[in-house]
Design a protein around this ligand. Structure first.
Ligand code: NAP
Length: 247
């Protein structure tokens, strides 16, 4: 049984989809949770569900690609919880298209929200975690950061970058007892993949040995494990949660 009682966790993009499931899973294991989202209403709803579980929760509105928003978010999080044990960099977007038609703003937005955000959040979390001599950082990457995907040059570059950031910070922080890992989901049923047509989903299933799309809970289980003491000798790794798509 995993217990995170006494731990304080911050989850970005925690208002819906995978991030919401991660926030609730950490809370059910006993953690107090700060839920950040660009949409305050969804963050408040998730925070309400966490409080109903008997844990402390904080809803924070922040655009994680903005250094000012991230600094303000950490200020209010640390004021409320006085510590940070677990950071989950989950917020992410897609703006798909073939490179020849991709606009600069679609490249910049995806890189800033998916990758720069993790740099900003890890920089803020680094100091209190180093002072406490411990912490867990989990970055939500994607299998396309490992294998590429036509039509997603911005997204796959951001997720590959996130994997490089994970390995580098694992090395920088190891001596301070801070573990940094990535989870790379395959195709998970969330509002992000609801955009796929039924035909596209059927085609995908042909490449997934387990023959189903994943659920947000499948990803949350991997995050829970990496956030727990069961993963104290694991750092710098990428755990794929993809039904066997990449192996
Ligand atoms: P989602 O349903 O779209 O949820 C993403 C959440 O992040 C939303 O609540 C969104 O808010 C929030 N967000 C977006 N931009 C933000 C910003 N600038 N600052 C703060 N929050 C922001 O996506 P998901 O499917 O749960 O994906 C979660 C993570 O898993 C992402 O990093 C994604 O790349 C990764 N992933 C997903 C899949 C999949 O198949 N679903 C596969 C591999 C990896 P709004 O709703 O207001 O936009």
């Amino acid at each position: 049984m995993i217990s995170l009682v006494g731990k304080a966790a911050l989850v970005t993009g925690g208002g819906r989809g995978i991030g919401r499931e991660i926030s609730l899973k950490l809370a059910r294991a006993g953690a107090d949770v700060g839920v950040c989202d660009i949409d305050l209403a969804t963050a408040q709803q998730a925070a309400g569900e966490i409080e109903a579980l008997g844990r402390k929760a904080l809803a924070v509105k922040a655009d994680v690609s903005s250094a000012d928003d991230v600094a303000a978010m950490f200020e209010s999080f640390l004021q409320a919880f006085n510590r940070i044990d677990i950071l989950v960099n989950n917020a992410g977007i897609t703006r798909d298209g073939l490179i020849v038609r991709m606009k600069d703003e679609d490249w910049d937005r995806v890189i800033n929200i998916n990758l720069k955000s993790a740099f900003l959040c890890c920089r803020e979390a680094g100091r209190p975690m180093m002072k406490a001599r411990g912490g867990k950082i989990i970055n939500i990457a994607s299998v396309v950061g490992l294998m590429g995907n036509a039509g997603q040059v911005n997204y796959s570059a951001s997720k590959a970058g996130l994997i490089g950031l994970t390995k580098t910070l694992a090395k920088e922080f190891a001596s301070r007892g801070i573990m940094v890992n990535a989870v790379a989901p395959g195709y998970i049923q969330t509002p992000m993949t609801d955009k796929l047509t039924d035909e596209q989903k059927q085609k995908l299933l042909a490449y997934i040995p387990l023959q189903r799309l994943g659920q947000p809970e499948d990803v949350a289980h991997a995050v829970l494990f990496l956030a727990s003491g069961l993963a104290d000798y694991i750092t710098g790794q990428v755990l794929t949660v993809d039904g066997g798509l990449v192996m």
